[in-house]
Design a protein around this ligand. Structure first.
Ligand code: ADP
Ligand code: GLC
Length: 482
């Protein structure tokens, strides 16, 4: 095969990446995008902290960058491959080699998080300026969320002429730091102004990225519009609206090889022509969650258990849903109050509601394979991935009509049903009343097997992969590189 011409070199900078570390959808996207873009000639390398133990997972590791003092200690960058991804791990033991997850330990944020992620951004900017020891230098840097927010800022303030993109995966996390840390974060005092780094008297690393990047993207077209409104912008709506011409909403995709009902090793394989075989997965799922007969729709929730996700609404809608024949299996972890509420629901409806608190990728596959519906009642949802897994597996999504949920699920309106286009149910606003009404519609549709099967087939036809969206990123990169 002839070597493909290189369209450009991109350094992607993030705090998590599948398969090395994942706390949410950010990691899925950061891990999937390089693979999707490689086919279009883009050479991407992902720079991420070498949290404890990660460096050992690199294949053919090689030291490609050495720094002096990096926020209080020595640092190197190791290059290597993991599952076909070109990774760059920033090894700085004083910042990253410690107990706990990427951001916290035992429920408490690491106190030096601002420095930990500023260091990552600093090194990204140095790599953009001078390149790596193996001769590679990016044409463009793509930063993600507040942890990557200082990359565009260091590039701009350092006069480094490399273009940058910042992607907002969730505006709720803004990297807010007391103003007296400005110098410690190696930021110029002169930029501490309302159109620069200053954010209500403090610093926001996300705002820093938003005001200095050459382009801003977010993970769905609807969220791109929502972000410019006070109800969703969470204080940054004005900053984003002021740059509206440079804001792009590009829908996430999902990995259609990992999420493939016909090839899923966790499940009895099925596809839209062999939907009957989903029933076997449903039986197994009931057994796994200790559920008895569920005459109505068997719904699942696979989610972080937080206020964003609307999980607190579930106890209010359950009694009617259960009375109508429904069942529910929940997998998640998060706020202790919500974990407790889920346990209480299982205790209240034995045989109809089952709960597993924890994080379990394999179990989540078995749940999507076996369930009839997936519930995503989010108050806001920049994109959301689980509704797309649901589409792929004919597990119809019931979603709040917001962000990426609004962009991916076609509500079963009379017209959509008549056109054979309906793929799920959406409701608005995100409250118990509207959610309960949506579940009633779900139960009614489920009771009509032909209508239900037609919706499943329509759902399974949806293009939820990365083809379209990776081309949109490629076009944006090409445009920036002129
Ligand atoms: P967010 O990033 O806001 O949490 P997304 O829907 O974008 O929401 O991504 C969440 C990802 O994490 C999905 O891949 C989902 O399947 C996965 N996930 C969430 N909670 C769990 C869990 N308890 N066990 C397994 N996977 C989970
Ligand atoms: C964030 C958002 C989620 C999105 C994910 C990946 O975690 O909460 O909606 O799907 O990022 O972009």
């Amino acid at each position: 095969m002839p070597e493909q011409a290189i369209a450009g070199r991109v350094l992607s900078v993030a705090s998590e990446c599948v398969p090395l570390v994942k706390t949410g959808g950010l990691a899925d996207v950061v891990g999937a995008l390089p693979k999707a873009l490689a086919g279009q000639g883009w050479q991407m390398r992902v720079l991420m902290p070498a949290y404890r133990g990660l460096a050992d997972r690199l294949e053919r590791a090689e030291e490609v960058w050495t720094g002096g003092d990096l926020f209080g200690g020595p640092a190197i960058v190791l290059a290597g491959r993991v599952d076909g991804l070109d990774m760059l791990l920033l090894s700085a033991p004083h910042l990253y080699d410690r107990d706990g997850g990427p951001y916290s330990v035992a429920g408490h944020d690491h106190a030096d998080n601002p420095e930990r992620f500023a260091a990552l951004c600093w090194v990204a900017a140095e790599i953009a300026r001078d390149g790596l020891g193996d001769g590679w230098r990016p044409d463009l840097v793509h930063a993600h969320d507040w942890q990557g927010g200082l990359v565009p800022a260091y590039l701009r303030y350092g006069g480094i002429g490399v273009k940058s993109v910042i992607t907002v995966h969730n505006i709720a996390f803004q990297g807010v730091v007391p103003a007296d840390r400005l110098a410690a974060l190696r930021l110029p005092g002169a930029e501490f102004t309302s159109d620069g780094l200053e954010y209500y008297g403090r610093i926001s690393t996300l705002k820093a990225g938003l005001v200095t990047a050459d382009a801003i993207t977010t993970v769905s077209p609807t969220y791109a519009e929502e972000l410019m409104r006070p109800a969703f912008g969470m204080g940054l709506e004005g900053v984003i609206a002021a740059r509206a011409a440079r804001v792009h909403g590009i829908l996430n995709g999902v990995d259609t090889e990992v999420w493939d009902p016909a090839g899923d090793l966790e499940a009895e394989p099925f596809d839209s022509r062999r939907l009957m075989r989903k029933a076997l997965n449903r039986d197994r799922l009931r057994a796994e969650f200790g559920l008895g007969e569920v005459p109505g729709p068997l719904a699942i929730v696979v989610s972080r258990l937080t206020g964003q996700k609307g999980i607190d609404l579930i106890p209010a809608v359950l009694p009617d849903f259960i009375a109508a024949g429904g069942g529910l299996a929940v997998l998640g972890s998060g706020e202790p109050g919500l974990e407790g509420a889920m346990h209480a629901a299982a205790a209240r409806f034995p045989g109809r509601v089952g709960v597993t608190i924890g994080y379990d990728e394999a179990l989540s596959h078995r749940m999507f394979a076996g369930a009839d519906a997936v519930l995503v009642p989010s108050r806001f949802e920049p994109c959301g991935l689980t509704q797309m897994y649901g589409l792929r597996y004919g597990t119809l999504p019931v979603v709040a009509e917001t962000g990426g949920l609004a962009d991916t699920v076609i509500n079963a309106s009379p017209m959509a049903l008549a056109a054979g286009a309906a793929t799920g149910i959406s409701f608005h606003p995100t409250d118990a009343l509207a959610f309960g009404q949506a579940l009633r519609r779900l139960t009614q549709l489920y009771a009509q097997p032909k209508v239900w099967a037609a919706m499943q087939r329509a759902a399974m036809r949806q293009p939820v992969g990365w083809e379209v969206s990776s081309a949109a990123y490629a076009a944006l990169y090409a445009d920036l590189l002129g």
